[in-house]
Design a protein around this ligand. Structure first.
Ligand code: FES
Length: 273
């Protein structure tokens, strides 16, 4: 069993938990993920590692309450325990050697962007962070990003915090101002990553996206997480989750992401009632 050491509500639907998992904390790197089961009857869900503390032996997860499992997880409290917590899985983000990077996060995806920005900052890269949310109540990790970025741009759809507009506009503005990024790293909703890639393609800037498709085993056996990248089938759990965004078939990934929507809604309603 894996103890919940800390629980913090980041916004009305997003929760942070530090989980006691020393063996995973020892090996974890930014970009990797874990798979957990809340209890022995539960489904397996992948969550990207949002942070880790090797000394304390904890791994931080940040999740949005979107379905039955995340709802059940959100109802647990400090000192409660999670049944299974497996990882670190996936290939760590390649950040070595980068000098000038824009990290673009959207919604809860910003939580996943954070450890990557932090690592880049620790390695001495100049990091611009652009994070976007629907409104000010949904903004997360602003102080944390401030501490690890050279420039932080917070965008909201309604202008209630930071600047009004989309992350793609902020990114394009920075590119037009003459910022020559070695790479753009983007994590968030599929549709946001697709449009970030369309901007960077125009300026020929290498772009890495972090894909989070449906996963089951997380070890390359079931094929549930398959994606088409550069015309080839790839498994996000073992080949990713990071991929060259200019090669990802986003339309297919978007269509596949809603395959079980009806079942997911039914399970949540059944659980809540
Ligand atoms: Fe089964 Fe990736 S989750 S192959």
């Amino acid at each position: 069993m894996y103890k919940i050491v800390t629980k913090r509500i980041l916004n009305p639907t997003v929760v942070l938990m530090d989980i006691e998992a020393p063996l995973i904390a020892k090996k974890a790197e930014p970009g990797q993920f874990i798979i957990l089961r809340v209890d022995s009857e539960g489904e397996r869900i992948p969550l990207t590692i949002a942070d880790f503390d090797r000394e304390k032996g904890t791994v931080t997860i940040i999740f949005q309450v979107v379905g039955k499992t995340t709802k059940a997880l959100s109802l647990l409290n400090e000192n409660d325990a999670i049944c299974d917590f497996v990882g670190p899985l996936g290939v760590a983000s390649h950040v070595e050697g980068l000098k000038r990077v824009a990290v673009v996060g959207g919604g809860v995806g910003s939580a996943i962007a954070y450890p990557i920005a932090k690592k880049l900052h620790q390695l001495g890269a100049k990091v611009d962070v652009i994070i976007g949310f629907r409104n000010k109540d949904l903004v997360i990790l602003e102080d944390e990003f401030k501490a690890v970025s050279d420039n932080l741009f917070v965008m909201t759809d309604d202008g209630s915090h930071g600047e009004k507009g989309l992350v793609t506009q902020a990114l394009e503005n920075q590119i037009k101002l003459g910022n020559e990024y070695d790479e753009v790293i983007t994590i968030g909703p599929l549709i946001m990553m697709k449009f970030v890639c369309e901007v960077t393609k125009r300026y020929n800037i290498k772009t890495t996206v972090s894909m989070n498709p449906i996963m089951i085993d997380g070890t390359g056996m079931c094929g549930g997480c398959r994606l088409t990248v550069g015309g080839e089938t790839k498994f996000a759990c073992v080949d990713g989750p990071d991929f060259d965004g200019h090669l990802v078939d986003f339309d297919e990934a978007i269509a596949r992401s809603s395959t079980y929507k009806e079942f997911e809604e039914h399970a949540l309603n059944h659980y809540c009632n």
